[in-house]
Design a binder for this molecule. Sequence first.
Ligand code: ADP
Length: 251
Amino acid sequence: MIEVRDFSFAYNDKNVLTHVSAHFPLGTFCAIVGPNGAGKSTLLKAIAKLLDTSGDIIIDGTPLKDYSFASLARKVAYVSQRQDVIFDFSVFDTVMMGRNPYQGRWAAPSDTDKNIVEDALAMTHLTELKDRMLLQLSGGELQRTYIARAIAQQTPILLLDEPLSNLDVSHQLEIMEIVSRLNQNKKTTILFVVHDFSMAMRYASSVLLMDAGQVVDFGEPAAVLTPDKIRRTFHIPDKYDIDNLGRIVFD
Ligand code: ADP
């Protein structure tokens, strides 16, 4: 379903991704893991066609370069890591923006659009907050609003760049349960960047381990996130022990 073939990318002259190849079949729930600067966000941006090259990336048999903006928006939803509020819309109006790829330019939202938005709000436990303005939300609520917008976009592919950052553990679990349900019930293909190994092991069906712009390993979570590979990829000194959940063990 998503095929990345020998993809390389540089910002200015700095190589950020080198010869990255990966195949994500339909319904994959893949955690992308790696140290800061590994190229994880850049890979997601490449798949979302947000870089100035789409290289050899193929989605559903069609090269990314052949997708129009609107046709890709019906296929791929992307939630970025940065969550600045630029325009202070309400939660409801923000989630309704997920319906843009299906609406005519000046068309008012249909009843179907409204129902889809209400469903996305209910799934993300935002119904009671739907009239709130974005600037009046907590970090976790804002995060859920952007995820709700992506859900309302009803795409078969969802890309989430660090959806758990800045959330306490119960809100992290809430987000993981929401996306896990999408994956199970709607077979949505999900790629998400995550720093917490235990979340990756618990929820993901596969892990793409990256370092310095390259793929280190790709496979089942327990096979990829071994203490040894974590130590090497994250350059963790020998004096620290790492347990089977990827946690540092302090005496
Ligand atoms: P990760 O998500 O794994 O932390 P990124 O994909 O964000 O890594 O970044 C990979 C490298 O590319 C880093 O060295 C980062 O500084 C650099 N980089 C990211 N975005 C830009 C940009 N817009 N311009 C120049 N360099 C960038």
